[in-house]
Write a protein that binds this ligand. Structure first.
Ligand code: ADP
Ligand code: MG
Length: 650
């Protein structure tokens, strides 16, 4: 149906003009019929048929001719013509007027759902303050910014491009991206995103992505694509709409023949057949699904949750099992080194380890780099680095010797005996060994802790009655158990010591029992994200891997949004069902009325168009309630706030 296309403003305006003309014609015809009794009636009716019928009829005929698509709108035109043919032109005009009015209303309403996201565009700044190599600051259009450029952000300024803070400190409002309006503090090294707002402080930001590939640009693109991609139930209603429209046309002709065979007068038979045509036409059924899906996608995007299409939204509502990656997903990306055990000089050891980890984006690597920096140790030069997912990392040191860092499995791969370091493994912390060939140089223990939002987010999911929640980690079991205990996982639901392919296999096993969502951060788990029925990436702002591999991206790293997204998916499904039940019920009622109770044509039209508008408005309800963070607490009947345990350094 033409309704779901994206119409430019010109068309919107011309639609409004035609609707205005139709309404005027109808008013004139009605006034003349009931009050004036003058010569104005036919003129008014002609206007209604011209403005309300001809453009739609023309479009529907063209579609039929060119694309062999039977547009439902054609039914309305045929019914109006049939009415006119039997001398009920006024009723036909009422039909066209109501039809036109409801069409325009639907367009407006659906447009609102679409524009909810495109509105983000309006928030993208047009110009930036570029600092040249000589330190001079000039205002330039954002289009010319290239990675490496340095821009200056004054208080109140919008960030013109994705980048990294290199000087200054301040708070940013990132609501446009994450849906979260709490100010976020940024210091040198912090990532900033286009279209967020610098609240205070003067920052120098180095651009990392040009404007075309910024996070906001990707968001807009993803949501626009998502709105065009058809969900399975939408495809069904398209398919159904086509077949059904043909059936209604054929059925009405058959009914006409039957009425005539019963010996009815031709006029009466045609009128009743036209009423049947309107009553049985499936406009409301066909718009039921897209109205809900479009609004659902937009409501999600406003809350910083991107669905890659209606299919992902529908699928999430059906998910039985949620599987979570641990490191960087359930836990913060900010782990901490707690113990260092070097077999030789500790500074040399740290320098080599930091040199290796300089090239890794794993949260553990980040912890090690920060620890070394805090100790005033510079990373040693390391080259030819290869990362071995879920095991560790290897490379060549300045002398060209092979060095490596990683877990027990990594040590075994290198023929080293990790047990030369004693004590560390008794703690429920991640241990990273550093070795040169088969010789162990030392080890560090790294502690990570649950995100502050994890406990409440998981509690909200459980509260909604999700079937099962599991943890899948490449880390050691004691660490998984410790984190799991804080988050309320049963030991049986904690799967540890997994390689990326084990996660994929486990997701597959869980899938045998119902739909599975995998929630990860995109580091070492892109395959599991892709394997799951719904792959959900956390903290996806700025992470390309996660955005690509996932079906749903939570731009913020607030776990509460996950429960919010799940609830929204279920509400969308509920509204789709309500819409379908209502619109099908309405249709049955109207058809029965027109077959057995001589329902007048204008009433059939009123029921039909009214139903269509109601269904669209019902879908739009989703837009009124965007995803918010679910921080547990009061709403869920006193779920305890997460206890944040601080890992102690040293
Ligand atoms: P998770 O599944 O919990 O997100 P990963 O699969 O990413 O964990 O990593 C599993 C284990 O592999 C880590 O606990 C660590 O022991 C080891 N590892 C992975 N990457 C690195 C690295 N860059 N340096 C050291 N060890 C690493
Ligand atoms: Mg991880």
């Amino acid at each position: 149906m033409a309704l779901t296309e994206n119409h430019p403003g010109v068309l919107r305006d011309s639609m409004a003009l035609l609707t205005g003309a139709t309404l005027f014609g109808m008013a004139l015809a009605a006034l003349d019929a009931f009050v004036l009794q003058g010569p104005w009636g036919p003129a008014g009716l002609a206007l209604v048929y011209l403005a309300g019928g001809v453009p739609t009829g023309w479009r529907a005929l063209r579609e039929l001719w060119r694309d062999r698509v039977l547009d439902i709108d054609l039914l309305m035109i045929v019914a109006a013509l049939a009415a006119a043919a039997v001398g009920a032109a006024l009723e036909g005009a009422v039909l066209l007027t109501l039809f036109d009015l409801s069409h325009t209303l639907e367009h407006r309403a659906m447009g609102r759902a679409r524009r909810a996201v495109q509105a983000l565009m309006a928030l993208r700044p047009a110009s930036a303050l570029l600092r040249g190599p000589d330190g001079a600051v000039t205002e330039v259009p954002v289009g010319v910014l290239r990675p490496g450029d340095v821009v200056i952000l004054r208080p109140g300024a919008q960030v013109p491009a994705d980048g990294v803070v290199i000087e200054g400190e301040g708070s940013l409002d990132e609501a446009t991206i994450t849906g979260e309006s709490m100010p976020v503090h940024k210091a040198p090294g912090g990532k900033v995103f286009e279209a967020t707002v610098n609240l205070n402080g003067v920052l120098a930001v180095q651009v990392v992505r040009s404007v075309e590939d910024s996070t906001v640009a990707r968001m807009i693109e993803l949501v626009t694509q998502a709105q065009h991609a058809r969900a399975p139930s939408e495809r069904f209603s398209d398919w159904f709409g086509q077949r059904y429209t043909a059936a209604v046309l054929a059925g009405s002709v058959l009914a006409l023949l039957a009425f005539l065979a019963l010996g009815w007068d031709t006029r009466e038979a045609l009128y009743r057949a036209a009423t049947l045509l309107v009553a049985a036409s499936p406009c409301a059924v066909v718009i039921s699904v897209p109205a809900a899906i479009l609004s659902g996608l937009a409501a999600a995007a406003r809350g910083g949750v991107l669905f890659k299409g209606g299919a992902a939204l529908e699928m999430l509502a059906d998910v039985e099992t949620f599987a979570f990656d641990k490191t960087g997903t359930l836990t913060t990306g900010k782990a901490m080194v707690t113990t260092v055990e070097a077999l030789g000089d500790e500074r040399e050891f740290l320098s080599l380890l930091a040199g290796l980890e300089a090239q890794s984006e794993h949260p553990i690597a980040d912890a090690i780099r920060r620890h070394a920096r805090a100790q005033g140790v510079d990373p040693a030069p390391v080259r030819d680095v290869v990362s071995i997912p879920s095991e560790g990392i290897g490379g060549l040191d300045a002398q060209g010797d092979g060095i490596w860092a990683g877990n027990r499995r990594m040590a075994a791969r290198m023929g080293a005996d990790p047990d030369v370091i004693e004590g560390l493994q008794d703690q429920a912390q991640t241990v990273v060994w550093l070795g040169r060939g088969p010789r162990i140089l030392g080890a560090v223990a790294v502690a990570d802790r649950p995100r502050e939002t994890s406990a409440a987010g998981l509690a909200a999911l459980r509260h909604e009655g999700v079937g099962a929640i599991a943890m899948m980690t490449g880390d050691r079991r004691p660490v998984g158990l410790r984190i799991g205990a804080e988050l309320g996982f049963a030991p049986a639901d904690i799967h540890a010591d997994l390689l990326p392919e084990d996660k994929v296999r486990l997701v597959g096993e869980l899938a045998a029992r119902g739909r599975v969502a995998f929630v990860g951060d995109g580091v070492n788990d892109a395959a599991a994200l892709a394997r799951a029925d719904v792959g959900i990436a956390m903290g996806a702002a700025g992470s390309d891997v996660a955005l690509q591999a996932a079906d749903v991206a939570l731009l913020s790293d607030d776990m509460g949004r996950l429960a919010g997204a799940h609830r929204l998916a279920r509400r969308t499904r509920r509204i789709i069902r309500q819409n379908l039940v209502f619109s099908l019920g309405m249709m049955v009622l109207l058809v029965a009325g027109s077959l057995f109770f001589a329902l007048p044509l204008p009433l059939a039209v009123l029921g039909h168009e009214g139903g269509t508008v109601l269904v669209v408005l019902n879908g739009l309800r989703l837009l009124a309630d965007p995803i918010r963070s679910d921080r547990g607490g009061a709403r869920m009947g006193g779920t305890p706030q997460p206890t944040t345990r601080r890992a102690t350094a040293g």
